[in-house]
Ligand binder design. Structure first.
Ligand SMILES: Cc1ncc(COP(=O)(O)O)c(C=O)c1O
Length: 477
């Protein structure tokens, strides 16, 4: 050790010990427990954040990801030493391909947004390889998540936004008017961010394909249709999956994400590298399933979009989730849709006296019609009659011990609250939430518009916070 220290020039050596804090185990436990209690998570309460699909994170996933054969390996290890992990990756690729009706999946992107970027880059290379570089427009509906136009813009595309029809669904006439020789792709999620399934999606795909464009499926809402239908069948060419939503990987403050993408065969040669492939072997292979697994580089790859092979731990957790449920994953979608409809019905109960405070986005005109996994409520009538805004209601829900629903998105719904109950929530939890929600609408407007009253931090100046980022802890130098 001394010899090694001697190789450091004296001017660069420490003259005193570093001032690291020293703490006993109880102090350390207290510190981290305190930190964990300052956060609200799916493990602390009901988390109805629309579009974000806050899933329960089964603890068995954590046990599996911590097995030594997974936890203690390094991305640079040679293939023959990591056959088990490669087999898991391969199985995940295959499972995701089957459930989305795609031909090839890559697990590399680490967020839905990065998946969007990656797939749009593949589409761009596809057009270039066909000599169609002039296709420079990407079409998105006005209900799209902001990451869709942002990802396309990052690839250098101009964005064309088309208005939704009055019932919130895609307006095929507006789409027909928007497509042309310059169309590179359309990006859309189905069910939409209003929680509404687009029954005319195959027709939309035909319009875009006839114009020479590609169809991109934003898979953030896949939770609602998994096992029931798939984007391949709807006419999509590329899709991203949010393993941190549909497949139970923790997200938000809880863990790193994973946004694999799947594509139809004509786009597969452009996927990022490496993918996992396998070959039959006579000796049964290291995993005993008759295969040897290896990394493969697609022929005209766009390159890497992430270091190593993506978030391997997130992939393994999602694999554990899928292995636990198998074909029964379909039940998960059924429960997600059931919970959303049940809660929507409880809140929109026609007998409720507070109903005048809220409005739903019309679904075929009637408030009792069926939505998918999430629904939107407009607080506009409440605002007009009492001055209480959607934001006020969202803040007041914090006092009742809930995470606020998604607020002011999609922007086509005035004073929007977007609610997505986790599919594992019980009927009692949903009933209680509906009661509390309706109770808030009937409360003294002053009480609601000054909420939250019980949290450590009250209202923050969000614009100031966004413009004046403090990226270091005040205690650090
Ligand atoms: C509809 C939709 N699309 C895309 C995304 C982006 O996914 P990610 O947060 O994994 O980047 C989200 C995220 O909430 C979403 O709701």
């Amino acid at each position: 050790m001394e010899e090694a220290a001697d190789t450091v020039p004296p001017s660069l050596r420490r003259s005193s010990l570093p001032g690291w804090p020293r703490a006993s185990e109880p102090e350390l436990v207290r510190h981290y427990t305190w930190l964990s209690q300052r956060n609200f998570g799916i493990d602390t309460g009901f988390y109805p954040l629309g579009s974000c699909t806050m899933k329960h994170n089964p603890r068995i996933n954590e046990r599996i990801v911590q097995l030594p054969g997974i936890d203690r390996i390094h991305p640079l290890q040679p293939e023959h030493q990591i056959q088990g992990l490669l087999a898991i990756f391969y199985e995940m690729q295959e499972m995701l391909e089957i459930c989305a009706g795609m031909d090839q999946v890559t697990l590399q992107p680490v967020a839905g947004a990065q998946g969007e970027f990656t797939a749009i880059r593949c589409i761009q290379e596809y057009h270039r390889s066909n000599g169609e570089n002039h296709r420079d427009k990407v079409i998105v509906p006005d209900s799209a998540h902001g990451t869709n136009p942002a990802s396309a813009a990052m690839c250098g595309y101009d964005i064309i936004e088309i208005p939704s029809a009055e019932d919130g669904r895609i307006d095929l006439d507006a789409l027909r008017a928007a497509v042309g020789e310059d169309t590179a792709a359309m990006m859309i999620t189905n069910p939409s961010t209003l929680g509404i399934f687009e029954p005319e999606i195959a027709e939309a795909a035909e319009i875009v394909h006839t114009a020479g464009g590609q169809m991109y499926y934003d898979g953030a809402n896949f939770n609602a249709i998994l096992g029931k239908t798939d984007p391949g069948r709807m006419g999509f060419d590329a899709v991203h999956y949010n393993l941190h939503k549909t497949f139970s990987q923790p997200h938000g403050g809880g863990g790193p994400g994973s946004g694999p993408i799947g594509v139809k065969s004509h786009l597969a040669e452009f996927l990022p590298s490496p993918l996992v492939d396998r070959q039959e072997v006579e000796d049964g292979g290291a995993t005993g399933d008759g295969y040897r697994y290896f990394w493969k580089t697609p022929e005209n790859t766009i390159g890497k979009v992430q270091q190593w092979h993506g978030n391997a731990g997130a992939v393994v957790r999602a694999w554990a989730f899928y292995r636990r449920y198998g074909r029964e994953l379909e039940l998960m979608s059924e429960h997600a849709v059931l919970n959303a409809n049940y809660l929507r019905h409880q809140i929109m109960n026609p007998d409720s006296e507070t109903l005048a405070g809220i409005e739903v986005m019309p679904v075929d005109g009637a408030p009792t019609d069926v939505v998918k996994h999430e629904f939107t409520l407009s607080m506009q009538p409440l605002k007009e009659s009492t001055g209480v805004t959607g934001k006020d209601v969202a803040k007041r829900l914090l006092d009742y011990g809930y995470m606020s629903p998604t607020l002011y998105f999609p922007m086509i719904v005035p004073e929007c609250l977007m609610i997505e109950p986790t599919e594992t929530e019980s009927r009692e939890v949903l009933d209680k939430f509906a009661d509390d929600f309706l109770a808030i609408l009937a409360e003294d407007p002053e009480l609601v518009s000054t909420a939250p009253h019980s949290t450590d931090v009250r209202r923050v100046d969000e614009v100031w916070a966004a413009r004046n980022l403090i990226l270091r802890h005040p205690g650090s130098e």
